[in-house]
Design a protein around this ligand. Sequence first.
Ligand code: ZN
Length: 220
Amino acid sequence: MKVLAIGCHPDDIEIGCAGTLAKYVKLGHVIIQPDELGPMRIGEAKKAGSMAGIKVRTLDIGDLVVYDGKREHRDAVVELICEEQPDVIITHYPNDYMPDHTAVSKLVFDASFAASVAHYPATKGHPCEVTPIYYMDTLAGVNFMPTEYVDITDFIDLKIQMLECHESQLKWMRDHDHIDFAEFVKTCARYRGLQCGVGYAEGFTKCYAWPKVVPGTRLP
Ligand SMILES: [Zn+2]
């Protein structure tokens, strides 16, 4: 199976679903992770991705200018989806804590549909099936009730090591907000684990929109 995980910022994938992606890789699946990020953070994201065998791609769209219905942003994601032909897409929850996350969620939803329309120009003649989407947890799990859990107990140390690759963010949050972000993320995974009876877990909800719904689950 080919998995496309689309996060807004370079560290969003580590926060929300790195354990799940590492588990997919361990099971022999292929992971693609595009980001929109500044030059310094590209290196951090690639370093984190390489730790779990994840290919990282960049769309290079600036903070707080993501989407708003902009066709060039949608087409960039349509092209990405058509190039990669994923079996499953993971992205932000539509009601996350900040506008770039909610914009990326909508962007991915819209692009995944457009990518299936054969005559839409950005598909370049290679449309894909309408791909099932899973939404990852919100920051701190606020206002998010998972409907599916992935047991990441064997991957929690790797998830935190991947997160720690984002040195610029962790330092900034420690200095600016007095938050130990590695501990923050580990606590959330422990709480999701508590909810489903394992050590550590990541929570997801399925995007319930026809025709993206498929029987069973495509999560590992
Ligand atoms: Zn973010």
